[in-house]
Structures are given as C-alpha cells and as structure tokens.
Design a protein around this ligand. Structure first.
Ligand code: NAP
Length: 294
C-alpha cells in the first residue's frame, strides 16, 4: 500500500523535504501556517490543507518539520490540530530538533489518541534537504519505523534506526555538539586569519583539503567569505539545540565546557538581533569584539 503523506511546516528544510516526497510519487497534502509558502506546491497540483486536522484526516503519515517542542505541541494538540483528524493507523513523525524527553512526552500523549509516533530529526543542512541526501535518525517502535521507511528514503540517504522513542533526538543532540563546535572553530580561525592578514585563498585551500576540513567548512566557509548570511540553519535554532544539550548534560552531571561557552556566544548573537541569520553569522560577533582593537 502506498502511504498517503501529509507534511506540516514548509520552512527552509520542510519545503524541499516535502518536494522530494512529492517527486518520489507519494500522494501528498501540505499545510503551512503562512499560506504563501504553499504556493510552489499548489502550482504542482498538491492539495493544500486549511488545518493540521485536515492533513491528518487525509494522510497515513503526518510529517512535521517545525521549530521547537511548543510548536509541535500546538500543531498536534491545539485547536484544529492533528489529533482532531485522527483515524486508525495514523503515524506522526517529528523531524524537527527538540529533545529526547519531549519525544517521549509526544509519544505518550499521542498514544492516548491511538496515534503512533516517531522522532526523526535530520542532519545535512539545507543542501541535504534539497538534494535528498539527509541523514535521518529515527526513534520509536521498530515496526512503525519499517512502515514509514520508504518515506524517509525519499528525503535521505542514510536512514538510521536509533532505538526506542527519543533515541533519534539523542543522536541529533550529539551531532549538534560537533556541528556547533565545528562552526565555532571555523569562525575563530577565520577571525584569526583576518586579524593576522593571512591570504584568505590559501586559508581556504588548506581548510578545504586537510584535517581541518568538515561539512561545516565545505558548506559554510564559502558563505562567510562571500558575506552571505542567509540561513541555512538559523542561529536561533542552533541556540535551541545547544540549550537542549546543556539541559541533558546538567541532568547527567556531565561537564561540557565547550558547549557551555558556545551557548553563551549564541545567546549574545540572538541578543544582537542576529538569530534569524545563519549559524556562521557568529563571525559577526568576532568582528564586534575586534572593533577598535589595536
Ligand atoms: P524554518 O525555516 O524557520 O521553518 C520553520 C517552519 O515551522 C515554518 O514552516 C513555520 O511556519 C513552521 N512553524 C513554526 N512554528 C510553528 C507553529 N507554532 N505553528 C505552525 N507552524 C509553525 O526552520 P528550518 O530551518 O526549516 O528548521 C526546522 C527544524 O529542523 C528545526 O527544528 C531545526 O532546528 C531543524 N534543522 C534545521 C536544519 C537547517 O539546516 N535549517 C538542519 C537540520 C535540522 P511559518 O512559515 O508560518 O513561519
């Protein structure tokens, strides 16, 4: 049986992910709070729902790509929410990044309505979303994962069954430690290069080819150097992820000085009004710190 897919949240990641589901041939219905973002879908003949409830009524699998846990809470349990459109066999998949604890909470609340739940956060950036090459980390019942897997395969290249519900979010938070600290490493290195007057082309050549290379370097360094701070991955979203990492580490009595400092830097960036810019806008904080320096 071909699964009917409903997609809620057509932002930077959600729109291309939903488009890849459509291109893979799944019957699709979409919903976005800001209606204008659905136009590229309606032009292709994809039905646009007027509420998350309608998405649920007309789908077997509802994929949500929102920002944070309170947003999912609203879309699932608020007025006109997904649970109001429940029916036998319905599965909700949360592909946004929040926390393992939230995943368990969503799963428990949805099970009271007879709805299955998978947490399935992703990594690979907006490029991975467009190209359908995301890595997807899935927590929840294995049988449900197997049922939904073809949908994941339309959006990603590496699909990992992480384990029980919440395990996907745990893998994602671990991943964000590396993504965040790599971003800090890149930004600090580029600030030093600028300050010391190094030849930026040669810096780029070294970083792109040697041990310092990473997906962060490949995707974000060209954007820093061309002054393109559009997200990509918004600074406010990385701050959210780092906060979840710090919460988890605190609960585990686990010192994470690197992430602690990084969270404070992103707090500063958001306080400066730069939360909607890409994570690499952290370089602007270094520019500010250096202003007027000898
Ligand atoms: P985004 O561009 O800000 O899009 C967010 C989407 O969620 C929009 O469609 C927005 O609707 C919708 N939304 C937010 N709050 C809502 C609410 N309360 N009710 C209904 N709709 C709501 O974010 P994104 O970059 O696609 O990221 C989405 C998630 O993926 C985040 O959890 C992020 O951390 C994670 N992620 C992002 C990347 C990346 O590179 N961008 C990579 C991996 C994971 P409107 O259009 O109405 O605002």
């Amino acid at each position: 049986m071909v699964l009917r897919v409903g997609f809620i949240g057509l932002g930077t990641m959600g729109a291309p992910m939903a488009m890849n589901i459509f291109k893979a041939g799944f019957p699709l219905i979409v919903y976005n709070r800001t209606r204008s973002k659905t136009e590229q879908f309606s032009r292709l003949g994809v039905p646009v729902a007027s509420s998350p409830k309608e998405v649920a009524e007309k789908s077997d699998v509802v994929v949500c790509m929102l920002v944070d846990a309170p947003d999912l809470m609203q879309v699932l349990f608020g007025q006109g929410g997904v649970v109001e459109g429940r029916h036998d066999g319905l599965v909700v998949v949360d592909m946004s990044t929040n926390s393992p604890d939230h995943a368990v909470e969503f799963s428990e609340r949805l099970s009271k309505f007879g709805i299955e739940f998978l947490d399935a956060p992703v990594t690979g950036g907006d490029k991975g979303a467009r190209e359908g090459t995301l890595t997807i980390m899935v927590g929840g019942r294995h049988e449900v994962f197997e049922r939904v897997k073809p949908v994941f395969e339309a959006m990603g290249k590496v699909i990992i069954y992480a384990g029980d519900v919440g395990s996907g979010q745990l893998l994602k938070l671990i991943n964000q430690v590396v993504v965040g600290l790599n971003t800090l490493a890149m930004v600090e290195a580029l600030a030093l290069a600028k300050r010391a007057g190094a030849d930026i082309n040669k810096v780029q050549q070294v970083l792109m080819s040697g041990m310092g290379n990473s997906e962060v370097i490949r995707q974000l360094m060209p954007r820093v150097l061309s002054g393109d701070f559009k997200p990509g991955f918004k600074s406010s979203h990385l701050r959210k992820d780092l906060k979840y990492v710090v919460d988890l580490a605190t609960r585990l009595n686990m010192p994470m000085p690197g992430v602690g400092v990084l969270l404070q830097l992103y707090n500063a960036l958001v306080a400066l009004g730069l939360g909607e810019e890409g994570t690499h806008a952290l370089v602007k904080l270094y520019d500010l710190l250096m202003q007027g320096g000898a």
